[in-house]
Design a protein around this ligand. Structure first.
Ligand SMILES: Cc1ncc(COP(=O)(O)O)c(C=O)c1O
Length: 361
């Protein structure tokens, strides 16, 4: 038998959500941070119209999609790369700039795929403390080592849902040496766009990459489209590692149509925020902590890991699945993706039943 590379043998597989409902119950999943709303009808129509051309390869340069992104965000399409989800781009960045003897750094409770991508490149993954479950630029600066090559910051973060202001990201970039790349992952960026703190201009500072996704606010998680704005020096190296034809033709046209319907996307963000904030207020009313979120999910903190596990089991026995966060170093938390209002009310009422049954929070 051929042994795998030692760093691959040593790493755990990326932990996927368990979506097996209890016998006889329908599954209500709050696990995957998908949009509760389907994409704009224009996107669905565009994807359907691409069905007849499936004998052809997609545009490997995503030309129309890059132009559409450039127009919406007022950025240079030549510096955009599209990925099979933003995961694709995170993986290529890790493979292009990390290897044995290098390290990547991220906030303590960062998106777990940063770790997977780093370890799969054979590099070490370090973390820096957070401040109240929020990325802390000063702590990241202090944690930089001689071999740190990439700092990953998801802003807003997952699973925390919290964010840091643009000024802190700029301070972080300015404190870093030129040979340290800052990757700002804005997969949930659209949910915070109303704060008017875009960071695309930071790419001009060099060694800084900003990633976005169509999976969240645009409701296209199944289409697998992510994109990033890259400095020219990084673009060529990432492109060498991409699977050519990485984004299907149907997905490219769906993403373009979704971009052209900004009203629908903004409406999705506003509806999500309304349901989320009502849910968080209900959770707080139960004596649990729900972090202020700038995303399409809420992180609920319990008194202990045992309490979180007990609440999780109670909800699961009813077919309602929240996502445990032990893998992100938060075993006392469950993360709830924001669903339709009725489903959120069900989750809140099951948590209330659990508190009444267990007499604890
Ligand atoms: C912070 C963060 N980055 C990236 C991704 C991956 O997004 P995509 O679906 O574009 O690959 C996610 C998905 O949950 C995420 O939470």
């Amino acid at each position: 038998m051929i042994p795998p590379k030692p760093h691959v043998a040593a790493m755990d597989a990326y932990a996927l959500a368990d979506l097996t409902p209890p016998p006889g119950k329908p599954l209500i999943s709050f696990c995957q941070n998908e949009s509760f709303r389907p994409p704009s009808p224009r996107a669905a129509k565009a994807a359907a119209s691409a069905a007849l051309d499936q004998h052809l390869y997609p545009d490997p340069d995503w030309t129309a999609l890059r132009n559409a992104i450039g127009k919406v965000h007022n950025i240079d399409p030549a510096q955009i790369i599209c990925g099979n989800g933003s995961l694709d781009l995170i993986g290529c960045l890790a493979r292009a700039y990390l290897g044995p003897g290098d390290a990547a750094l991220a906030p303590a409770h960062a998106y777990p795929f940063f770790r997977t991508a780093t370890l799969s490149a054979g590099a070490r993954f370090d973390t820096a403390p957070e401040r109240e479950l929020t990325a802390d630029a000063d702590a990241l600066i202090s944690a930089v080592m001689f071999d740190t090559r990439i700092i990953f910051v998801a802003n807003p973060g997952n699973p925390t849902g919290t964010r840091i202001p643009r000024s802190e990201l700029i301070g972080l970039r300015q404190a870093l040496a030129d040979d340290v790349m800052l990757v700002i992952d804005e997969a949930y960026g659209e949910f915070a766009d109303h704060l008017n703190e875009p960071v695309f201009d930071m790419v001009a500072l060099d060694n800084t990459v900003v990633l976005r996704s169509f999976s969240k606010a645009y409701g296209l998680a199944g289409a697998r489209v992510g994109w990033g704005l890259f400095p020219p020096a990084i673009t060529g190296n990432v492109r060498k590692l991409l699977n050519p034809n990485n984004v299907s033709a149907a997905s490219q046209v769906a993403a373009i149509a979704a971009l052209e319907d900004q009203t629908y996307m903004r409406e999705t963000c506003a509806m999500t925020a309304g349901i989320r904030d009502r849910f968080c207020a209900q959770i707080a009313g139960l004596g649990l902590t729900a972090l202020q979120s700038f995303t399409n999910f809420a992180l609920i903190r319990f008194a202990s890991p045992e309490a979180a596990q007990s609440a999780d089991s109670h909800l699961r026995s009813e077919g309602v699945f929240l996502r445990p966060q032990g893998g992100a170093g938060l075993p006392d938390c469950l993360r709830a993706t924001i669903g339709v209002a009725d489903d959120m009310a069900l989750a809140a009422s099951l948590l209330k039943d659990w508190i009444n049954k267990e007499g604890r929070s």
